[in-house]
Design a protein around this ligand. Sequence first.
Ligand SMILES: Cc1cc2nc3c(=O)[nH]c(=O)nc-3n(C[C@H](O)[C@H](O)[C@H](O)COP(=O)(O)O)c2cc1C
Length: 195
Amino acid sequence: MSGTGSEAAVRPLRIVLGVTGSIAAYKAADLTSRLAARGHEVHVVLTRAAAQLVGPATFHPLSGNPVRGELFEAEGSGALGARVEHVGLADRADLVCIAPATAHTIARLALGVADDFLSTLVLAFAGPVLVAPAMNDNMWAHPAVVRNVETLRGFGYHIIEPDSGALACGRTGTGRLADPARIVERIERLGERAG
Ligand SMILES: Cc1cc2nc3c(=O)[nH]c(=O)nc-3n(C[C@H](O)[C@H](O)[C@H](O)COP(=O)(O)O)c2cc1C
């Protein structure tokens, strides 16, 4: 996997990388690898749908950190209140990036739904949130998605527009996950501003 280089002249960031159930979820492995190579600490959170497409076994070695998924499983062993992991991670993170972000996750974020590790963490997080949508071109153009993305912008979330080109569904249009190198750049720019 080619990185953008390991010569990170940037402030190392603690990044939560939310990966959702898009066909582009495999590209999050490249993104994790690039971020880790640049000295960032990456904590991957998979939605249930993402875990159908890619697994913790891919992300753990790339990030060097445990991969989160289920809310209650993560909070563990009965010692309630001792470790509320989604809040703890939200408190420690410098930035949350969701890449790829499905139409479903974008809708849930717009509504403030908090029923899994990722959505709960995002609500508990007060810093910069970067959302990188990936979906079919008709989905991206749908008024519901357009409205939900605008809602996220209104929250102050940063949106990295999807690219145009060949889509996994066989169509050509706008909806491809932005290039991982572009996502890394954007993360680092946001990290500098927040630092
Ligand atoms: C093979 C496959 C690929 C998918 N790719 C996408 C996608 O690129 N974008 C999208 O918005 N939904 C996609 N979906 C649908 C989502 O997986 C579905 O909406 C799911 O509920 C998303 O859940 P999540 O956002 O919690 O991860 C795909 C589904 C399948 C089965």
